[in-house]
Design a protein around this ligand. Sequence first.
Ligand SMILES: [Mg+2]
Length: 436
Amino acid sequence: MTAPTSDSGAAGPGTGKAGGAADTLGQTILVRVTGIDGPGITAGILHILSDAGAEVLDMEQVVVRDRLNLGIFVAVDQERSPLKDLLFFGWQRDIHIDFEVIDNGTVEPQRPRFAVIVIGRTLDAGELGAVADAIASVGANIERIVRLSNYPVISYELIVVGSDLARLRSSLLQASHDYHVDIAIEREGLARRAKRLVVVDMDSTLIRDEVIDLLAAEAGVRDEIAALTSEAMAGDLDFETALRQRVRLLAGLDEETLHRVRDRLRLTPGARTFVRTLKRLGYRVAIVSGGFDLFADYAKDLLGADSAHANRLEIVDGRLSGELEGDIIDGSAKARLLEEIAAADGISLEQAVAIGDGANDIEMLSRAGLGIAFNAKPALAAAADATLQVPYLDAILFVLGLKREDIEAEQLSTSVIPKEWDGAEGPPDSLHDAAG
Ligand SMILES: [Mg+2]
């Protein structure tokens, strides 16, 4: 708790000086309450303060395993001090109450606040300590810690005050790298809580496969396609040329084969929970893919997303012609689509989240208010606000600040991920299984 800040209501706007209640009431005190929690403790304390004419300037309470930690910053009238009554109440209820007089005249100007989300398959004290060190080393302070989930990943939200975004980000990035934990950082405030749109890449993000590789295997041109893919990735071939050449190699594949490939696709673990929860919360969810429409549309319908945008395969007489229809969706087109989808619903880019894994997601991630690199190549990770190395798509819900228990209480989780599952092969969350 940062009792003496200017948003506590005790200080005049921007003056850094105490005013109002503290001036007339005389003394500002931090009341700290600890002990086993029970009904009526907070209420009892507030009644005593009220009876003494004290003014509550700031308050924060955390209960961990029935242990109460309550801090109340109050301005009190020294003639009608509530301290004795509080001590008696503490004795009655068997809780510990102490006081600290805080000089309200030394209020600092409001400092920037950030939400830091720490995610790992396991998080031990050493890893959490390293994160805390990284925060302290740039002069920032942890104001509050809340656990968001205990499976399939462990995650905590830390509200951090001070320093600036760039320094905090680089310090945390180092800790994330050294200790193999995922860390997301975002400016705390309304924009963070007002996200309304999620734009998600398909191949290797929403699904575990690269559709073009599956099609290549069916067409018997795996090596040729792989060679074109690596040329494009090395920058020797531009995205559009590489895509058109690869699609030409697929000419002649019939619709039956395309459907067989579609039915074999495997969802990323947690994909169903992820989309369902977002939809329940009122988000727009759009799939934006540099892959192909047939597959993106199928995933959209299966998961209940709002729209899908992908390259359109031309089909003539029930077979791939080897050509694409319409505009090519490359990295720039993905970013443009993000803007168009947001604009169509009157959503600002600040309220948009973009998720992807590849180089052609860089522009889209940079433009969204929150860009998340999901099990991504290093180039994308460097451009993202958050990186996730755990293989569960629903872990992104924690990056958005949701708690596992809230998701479960709403019965939004499809429970496809057993608690004990920890393997690289993944749970049976394919497009085919009926889970959820
Ligand atoms: Mg991808």
